[in-house]
Design a protein around this ligand. Structure first.
Ligand code: AMP
Ligand code: MG
Length: 332
């Protein structure tokens, strides 16, 4: 890939127009969202989609989320927004809920979802992001944006423009700086199982919130490593990882967690972290910069937003989970 000069700019009108122009020309541009920074590209243009995969070095079998401005735009792109999806959209869009919907035609090219007959779609809540979709979708043209997290594949998702710059400097022409992401963790991804909702990736729209609408199941892959083909293709890849080895610890008390961490630290450069959802990824990056080679994290209760945090931590730990309660039970 040829090297480009990367500019970081505030989201003023001139920058927004520049972003639309670059996106229409098939370039990738990093944009703020309320979840994490996204690496946006024209979702209708196969070469722009290919560029996103190349810039991130993303595995070819991990489909992209398409960002639209509203339900009507999703329908216009040939997605089946059934009545249940429409109800959820009314409640949660714009916001961190991604719905996997059936394609009724190939307006959205197959490269977006790696040949699946579905597409994952959401309306982001960030004003700049929405302005760009809307400006790009005037005069009979459409600019839905594919936008995976704007990190190099495998590293923690970026929650600030500086994180994007550190991963993608020289690879993309523009990063729009919208400050720190409010949520800091990727969107909730759901699929529909007849009338049931199935959570493929937990996020800020929690199982508890979704249960108000329909019976809500949590996919096994949210908690543990799954063999074979996962429902959500992305879940099988190594994810969200700092350079250090992460040990996820389930403990009844902070003291038990600290005792375990101190007893199992191999060298001097280890860290004990108790992050919240908004700071988890920033903390991983910070600990990498400090040269930590071992990180111990206490797992939260897997409920509410804690489920999303739990899911990201066990993945960063590559499912290396120590349950002190079980160890105690067996007397060792
Ligand atoms: P990212 O773009 O890194 O936020 O990841 C997008 C997530 O959405 C991945 O975990 C994908 O597996 C999931 N996803 C995207 N499209 C689909 C789809 N058509 N069916 C199921 N999961 C999907
Ligand atoms: Mg990602």
């Amino acid at each position: 890939m040829s090297k480009v000069y990367t500019i970081i700019a505030e989201p003023d009108n001139a920058t927004i127009n520049k972003a639309v122009e670059l996106l229409k020309a098939g370039e990738s541009v990093a944009l703020p969202t309320e979840t994490v920074y996204g690496l946006a590209g024209n979702a209708l243009e196969p070469s722009a989609i290919a560029k996103i995969f190349a810039v991130k070095n993303r595995p070819q079998d991990n489909p992209l989320i398409v960002h639209v401005s509203d339900v009507e735009m999703a329908r216009g792109l040939g997605l089946e927004v059934h009545s249940q999806a429409e109800k959820l959209a009314e409640m949660f869009w714009p916001g961190p809920l991604t719905m996997v919907l059936k394609k009724v035609n190939d307006t959205i090219p197959p490269q977006i979802s790696c040949g699946l007959d579905t597409v994952a779609v959401r309306v982001p809540a960030d004003e700049t992001f929405l302005k760009i979709i809307k400006k790009g979708s005037q005069n009979n043209s459409q600019l839905p944006l594919a936008a995976p997290s704007a990190n190099a594949s495998g590293s923690p998702s970026p929650t600030a423009a500086a994180h994007v710059y550190s991963d993608l400097n020289g690879k993309i022409p523009l990063i729009i700086d919208g400050g720190e992401c409010k949520i800091g963790i990727e969107s909730t991804v759901i699929a529909f199982d007849n009338t049931k909702i199935r959570i493929l990736r937990p996020g800020a729209v929690t199982p508890e919130m979704l249960s108000e609408f329909a019976e809500t199941l949590i996919d096994d892959a949210v908690y543990e490593k799954v063999a074979g083909t996962a429902q959500s293709p992305g879940v099988k890849h190594r994810h969200y990882s700092p350079k250090a080895t992460v040990t996820a610890v389930i403990a009844d008390s902070e003291q038990a967690f600290l005792d375990y961490s101190l007893n199992h630290a191999h060298g001097r450069n280890f860290a004990v972290a108790s992050p919240d959802a908004q700071t988890l990824f920033a903390k991983f990056r910070q600990l990498d910069e400090l040269g930590a080679n071992q990180i111990f994290i206490r797992l939260p209760e897997p409920a509410g937003l804690g489920l999303a945090l739990y899911n990201r931590i066990v993945r960063a730990a590559e499912f290396n989970v120590i349950d002190l309660r079980i160890i105690d039970l067996h007397g060792n």
